[in-house]
Ligand binder design. Structure first.
Ligand code: FAD
Length: 549
């Protein structure tokens, strides 16, 4: 077991991960022209230069924790603690580059199973220690910041030793997995039974089952397999008041569905130790292909029609003109200019890339479903780019974020924002977010690129996912992004949800009351008081203040 976690998205992001494709000189020139990158590069600061306070964990607490999980599974060395100090948001990564302040846990504790997790939680109650559940550490909203609240010390509760599949019920199509199983391991374990979970977020290589459940994650194939919460049949949590198991049947009218209180609880209402998941037979056929539609509005209308006629492909991802241009320019694989000329010849003035992917049990099923989707595109101005581009997207779908490190090295601010809204509000939402970010960042420098895609569509609406590329303010990189994020969040809160799948964490907390109301907050706080009366679990995330109200 490695004590270290690589806080980059480079090759080290997982042992099996492919390296980021280097950016070509032409792509770099293009970026410099568009957003004005600085002349000097800003490489990552070595960990040895970061200022890490001594562990504040009292000796007796350390000894008791070691008694519960084994001495070698209580880590207080700087490297181990730094490895669990925050997630992978732009702010997290910038703090590590500029030596800005960030919270470091006093110890990392690695229990082996649900019973050990419960024992650790009980000891944290006894010693009044804050507990931050830590899965893959891919949170981009401050969900794993080692905040201690009013406690004297905070531990990062690393779940990755809970890495087993506990049972499979092929008749009911349910598998019980421990919370620390990473997504690729889950797929490998299920493949042995001819099954799949079908959850493929872009953080797939590193994120865990518990993390997905705790954040209501949505994978790239959510149109086909559903969001993570729809996969959860049952859940087990270790809480300060005891072990809590939920889910005895697929559906129930026994009051509100408390499984859904656990799902999305972000470590603030309990530590998820086991999840019973609805699984499906692994596909035996797949087909991914790319199309180009003309203009965002026409493209969004086409995706709405597919969603409302229930003809969506399992993966349905529509990029706007800016995102399409950036993908063409940075990918290197596509001859951007030649392609644009070809598309103009076909009457496509504002190219919007549409990736469609189907996964099926037989070629016959695949053919039928593909035909239904393509019928839905009848009458839409569209050019088919074919399977090569679609399959290339599928092959490289987890590699894109690794380019972020290269961009950060070059002095570029690169971050994402996500939301969802009803179809009737989607156009206004996109316009409002783009203008807010451009206004906040663009005042005294070249305008940023704010690109957008739809990758999760529903009958009543869709998610919007924005990627921002801007020239970084070298004097105040954190402040620059915080202003942009705040402006975008105000715009988002007016039209849609503050988060479609990244969760609340610390970063979205200021806008939560606006979305669920003061009553919603007090319901959450009451639930928190019931399961965590002394407020040890993940302070400062999801629930404003546990013991108020
Ligand atoms: C490059 C990149 C791409 C991403 N793409 C997507 C995407 O496509 N879709 C998507 O949904 N998200 C995406 N994310 C966000 C993130 O990966 C998800 O939120 C994921 O669900 C987090 O899983 P994790 O195991 O890394 O959790 P962590 O980051 O470790 O934790 C996330 C939150 O859940 C809590 N938590 C973790 N494990 C447990 C547990 N066992 N019990 C209780 N609480 C727990 C933590 O305390 C924290 O609040 C992306 C992130 C990155 C960096």
């Amino acid at each position: 077991m490695s004590e270290l976690i690589d806080h980059t998205l480079r090759a080290g992001w997982t042992p099996s991960g492919a390296a980021a494709a280097p950016l070509s000189t032409r792509a770099l020139r293009w970026l410099r022209d568009r957003i004005g990158t600085p002349e000097e590069t800003t490489p990552a600061v070595p960990a040895s230069l970061l200022d890490v306070p001594e562990s504040a964990l009292a000796e007796q607490a350390r000894a008791d924790l070691a008694g519960a999980v084994g001495d070698q599974h209580v880590l207080t060395a700087v490297a181990a603690r730094l490895g669990r100090a925050g997630g992978l948001s732009y702010s997290d990564l910038i703090r590590r580059r500029d030596g800005g302040d960030f919270a470091v846990p006093d110890a990392v504790v690695l229990p082996a199973d649900a019973d050990e997790v419960q024992r650790v939680v009980d000891l944290c109650v006894q010693h009044d220690l804050a507990v931050v559940p830590f899965g893959g550490g891919t949170s981009v909203v401050g969900g794993v910041s080692a905040l201690r609240g009013d406690k004297s010390a905070v531990i990062a509760l690393d779940l990755t030793r809970l890495n087993r599949m506990l049972s499979v019920d092929p008749v009911s199509r349910i598998a019980v997995l421990e919370a620390g199983v990473r997504a690729p391991e889950a797929e490998a374990l299920l493949a042995g039974h001819g099954l799949t979970l079908g959850h493929f977020p872009q953080s797939y290589e590193r994120a865990t089952i518990g993390g997905f459940a705790a954040t209501r994650s949505a994978g790239q194939a959510s149109s086909g397999y559903g969001r993570f919460e729809s996969m959860v049949d049952g859940v087990r949590l270790a809480t300060p008041v005891g072990d809590w198991k939920l889910g005895v049947a697929p559906a129930s009218a026994a009051g509100p569905d408390l499984r859904q209180l656990a799902v999305g609880s972000e470590g603030a209402l309990g530590v998820i130790t086991e999840v019973a998941l609805r699984v499906r037979p692994a596909p035996t056929a797949h087909r991914y292909e790319a199309w180009v539609l003309d203009g965002w509005q026409a493209g969004a209308e086409a995706v709405r029609a597919l969603a409302q006629h229930r003809a969506l492909a399992d993966v349905t991802r529509l990029s706007d003109v800016d995102e399409t241009e950036v993908q063409f320019e940075l990918s290197g694989a596509l001859k951007a200019r030649a392609l644009q000329t070809f598309l103009r010849g076909k009457g496509i003035i504002e190219p919007c890339l549409l990736i469609l992917g189907w996964e099926a049990q037989s070629s016959g099923e695949l053919k039928r479903r593909r035909a239904a989707t393509l019928r839905g595109l009848d009458g839409v101005r569209a050019v088919r780019l074919g399977r090569k581009v679609g399959e290339s997207w599928r092959t490289h779908r987890f590699a894109g974020p690794r380019q972020r490190d290269t961009l950060l090295d070059l002095g570029i601010c690169v971050e994402t924002l996500e939301t969802a809204a009803h179809w009737s509000k989607l156009g206004d939402l996109r316009t409002a977010v783009r203008s807010a970010v451009v206004r906040a960042i663009g005042a005294d420098r070249k305008a940023p690129i704010v690109m957008c895609h739809i990758s999760h569509a529903y009958e009543t609406g869709a998610s919007l996912y924005f990627t921002v590329l801007a020239s970084r303010d070298p004097e105040d990189p954190l402040g620059q992004w915080q202003r942009a994020k705040a402006a975008a969040s105000e715009a988002i809160a007016e039209h849609g949800t503050i988060t479609h799948h990244h969760a609340v964490g610390t970063d979205h907390l200021p806008w939560l009351t606006g979305e669920i109301g003061a009553i919603g907050i007090s319901v959450l706080a009451a639930a928190k008081r019931a399961v965590d009366p002394t407020g040890i679990l993940n302070p400062g995330k999801l629930i404003p203040d546990a013991r108020q109200g």
